[in-house]
Design a protein around this ligand. Structure first.
Ligand code: LLP
Length: 421
């Protein structure tokens, strides 16, 4: 049986394993809910981009919002990657993990003065600016520090990435980017401000994209602008095509990163832009299928209409099903010889939206361990303490080695910053 959850996830007899480690054993040893990642899978996913970009000026900036745990950042930093950040907090994490600020691009529609100052102090590679107001603010902050801020304008190419509305970002109706029609004027404005230095252009059209065409359409629209802006006398050094490449959760067949990169480079060449430095901001495609979330079955509650399998992980640990009705694979860590029934896998949180999977055919008993697949991206990073639930622990396997990379939160720490009146 081939599993959608990543290259190092396999069945060995009845046991589900990651890089050869039995997941049921890890769940016993570290407790549940537990995220487990394969370091090899992350590095291989990065290598797919790097290999395809070999010989070209390029920088792969891992979109760390997908999974910002320090050991994950450290893994990518050591492999030479840069980072796409969206907050001062993420910048602090990059530095704590040993990342190079000169390889950081700072995205996001709402950067504060303090965040701009912090990023200028450490010398990030570039600010991806999304509005005229932000250009003016950044100019003022940079001049206040006696610096010039390197900027790229995030343009909204108005292409449909064909993905979930909550994670589609490149359409006119989205809050993101500067409208294509206004971009030339915005570049002229940026170029007139003494505290700014125009260095690039960027776009990001959405997430979990499974087709090539939207990328090629967006690149064409971006290159039209590069040509118009340079004809106006403003040089543009790099083109940042964003992130968004999808992964296989069930039966999606997204293009390989290597194919995506090759097709984009081909298009750059064909249009005479082969010399430009190319930046990518992949998040999900680097970490999504490198991880699983393990959870223990607490109770079975068969019913007239639905059978509920109540587990110890919930929407606070893994928001994607509740938030996007996302389908994520669920597998027993150890297959048992018992009757298979159709279950809704739900957590202990007091909301009907608290489910991890619906109508899943599984043979389960209380005490069994389940693995939610493809949970390396937007799992831990989006988790919360709702219902005063401590956040999960995280483990990274690396060949023979097993590293606890985040210990389970202690309940007292959840209210350590609070005061009685
Ligand atoms: N660059 C920018 C500017 C972004 O906004 C994002 C993601 C990325 C790069 C990385 O996109 P990726 O390669 O991971 O698709 N929580 C949602 C996904 C939100 C994506 C937000 N932006 C989910 O769980 O599906």
């Amino acid at each position: 049986m081939s599993l959608p959850g990543g290259p190092f996830l396999a069945r060995s007899g009845a046991d589900l394993t990651l890089e050869g480690h039995r997941l049921a054993d890890l769940a016993q040893r570290f407790g549940t809910p537990l995220f487990v990642y394969s370091r090899r899978a992350m590095l291989d996913a990065l290598a797919a981009y790097e290999t395809a970009l070999k010989g070209r000026p390029h920088l792969v900036c891992y979109a760390m919002k997908a999974n910002s745990s320090l050991a994950v950042l450290q893994t990518f930093a050591q492999a030479g990657a840069g980072f796409d950040i969206v907050s001062g907090g993420e910048l602090a994490r990059v530095l704590a993990a040993g990342g190079d600020p000169a390889k950081v691009v700072f995205s996001g529609v709402g950067k504060t003065r303090a965040e701009m100052q912090q990023a200028l102090h450490v010398g990030v590679r570039c600010f991806n600016v999304e509005s005229l107001g932000e250009l003016d603010r950044l100019d003022e902050v940079a001049r206040g520090l006696g610096l010039r801020a390197p900027v790229s304008l995030r343009v909204n190419p108005d292409v449909d990435a064909g993905t979930h509305p909550y994670i589609s970002t490149g359409l006119k109706g989205n809050k993101f980017g500067i409208a294509h029609d206004h971009a030339l004027a915005a570049y002229r404005h940026a170029n007139s401000l003494p505290g700014l230095q125009v260095v690039g252009i960027d776009c990001h059209i959405g997430s979990q994209i499974t087709q090539l065409e939207p990328y090629l359409d967006a690149l064409d629209r971006v290159l039209d602008l590069v040509e118009a802006v340079e004809a106006d006398g403003i040089p543009i050094h790099h083109v940042d095509v964003g992130g968004g490449l999808g992964i296989t959760y069930t039966d999606e067949v997204p293009p390989d990163a290597a194919v995506l990169v090759a097709r984009l480079l081909q298009r750059l060449d064909a249009r005479g832009h082969g010399h430009r430095e190319v930046l990518f901001e992949p998040g999900r495609s680097l970490v999504g299928n490198a991880g699983v979330m393990l959870t223990e079955v607490l109770y079975l509650k068969p019913g007239d209409e639905k059978n509920f399998c109540i587990v110890d992980a919930a929407m606070n640990d893994l928001m994607r099903p509740a938030m996007y009705q996302a389908w994520m694979g669920i597998e027993a860590c150890h297959l048992r010889n018992a009757e298979t029934l159709c279950w809704d896998i739900v957590g202990p949180v007091c909301e009907s939206g608290d489910w991890l999977g619906r109508d899943r055919k599984l043979a389960v008993q209380p005490g069994d361990m389940l693995a939610v697949l493809s949970a390396g991206a937007y799992g831990m990073a989006m988790s919360s303490n709702y219902n005063t639930r401590p956040r999960a622990a995280e483990v990274m396997v690396d060949g023979e080695q097993v590293h606890l990379i985040r210990q389970r939160e202690a309940v007292e720490s959840l209210f350590a910053y609070e005061r009685l009146i």
